[in-house]
Design a binder for this molecule. Structure first.
Ligand SMILES: C[S@@+](CC[C@H](N)C(=O)[O-])C[C@H]1O[C@@H](n2cnc3c(N)ncnc32)[C@H](O)[C@@H]1O
Length: 272
């Protein structure tokens, strides 16, 4: 793509005019590339190239990126590849180990050294981990306890694959194990409040999340989080990630309206 013109005094990022405008569209279609085998263990990861686009918009080279629920480290690998520093937290040792190995491998292949750290810890403790002030946070939480739901599509598909996790853990600190929706929302919001504390003034935070359906009821997780986190970080807007590579299921056919939900909300907040 033609990059357009260089932006004088660009305070936010290193993009040129055309790259900047392209990112401003409020929706995008993204087809993830095939994943490396070591990340397949994890049941819900987002693609590195998607994370890269957000990181390149919301930071300049050399700045610090955080993912407090890092999983197998996709966002942090993308941060290093884009010449940023990468800081992360993951509650599950087996995902933290994979993330560390990937970060180590990525760091070794860089022309210029970049700082990174991945802590095996609870994201609620982010303030105690001694990270530097964070310039941008990009993260995705467990979508409530959906992975634990019997018959959930991901479970059916993954049970057929050998040794792949169907849900994250049995850990009490894993917010994906809280079955009460309001309690789950409260715990997640409390974690983001801690994250807000380590962001520098003016920094952005992107949360990738979906509304969820359970037992015929819609729980507007994305909208509820936007409202709750919006009480302490300014909600800027959302970008909608549209998926057009998933199979359609005939939910409710001949009977009632049930959507095939093929979009995620990338909620953008700012500390200001
Ligand atoms: C949707 S996944 C994140 C996936 C990640 N973006 C990736 O691409 O691999 C959510 C992650 O949050 C972790 N998690 C849940 N509760 C946590 C907590 N209290 N502190 C840190 N991590 C937590 C889970 O173990 C899981 O790996």
């Amino acid at each position: 793509m033609e990059r357009g013109r260089e932006l004088n005094n660009n305070k936010l990022n290193d993009l040129y005019s055309r790259e900047w405008i392209k990112f401003q569209k409020s929706w995008f279609v993204h087809r993830p590339a095939r994943r490396e085998s070591d990340v397949l263990l994890h049941p819900a990861k987002f693609p590195e190239d998607l994370a890269s686009e957000f990181i390149c918009f919301f930071t300049k080279r050399g700045q610090a990126v955080l993912d407090p629920m890092a999983g197998t480290g996709s966002a942090l690998v993308a941060a290093l590849q884009e010449g940023r520093q990468a800081y992360g937290i993951e509650l599950q040792a087996r995902y933290a180990d994979v993330a560390r190995e990937r970060l180590q491998r990525t760091a070794e292949g860089l022309e210029e050294p970049a700082a990174w750290r991945l802590e095996h810890a609870d994201a609620a403790d982010v303030a105690t981990l001694g990270f530097p002030p964070i310039d941008y946070c990009i993260t995705s939480p467990p979508y409530w306890d959906m992975l634990r739901r019997k018959g959930f599509e991901t479970q059916k598909q993954r049970r057929e694959g050998e040794g792949l996790d169907v849900y994250y853990s049995e850990d009490e600190a894993d917010v994906g194990n809280i079955d009460d929706y309001v309690e789950f929302l409260g715990a997640l919001t409390a974690i983001y409040r801690e994250v807000a504390g380590v962001l520098r003034e003016g920094a952005y935070m992107t949360v990738i999340v979906k509304n969820v359906k359970k037992g015929g009821t819609i729980y507007p997780l994305a909208w509820d989080l936007a409202a709750r986190v919006g009480e302490f970080l300014t909600l800027k807007d959302e970008k909608i990630w549209c998926q057009d590579d998933l199979r359609l299921a005939p939910y409710g056919m001949g009977n009632c309206w049930v959507s095939n939900t093929m979009h995620h909300y990338c909620l953008n907040f700012r500390k200001q």
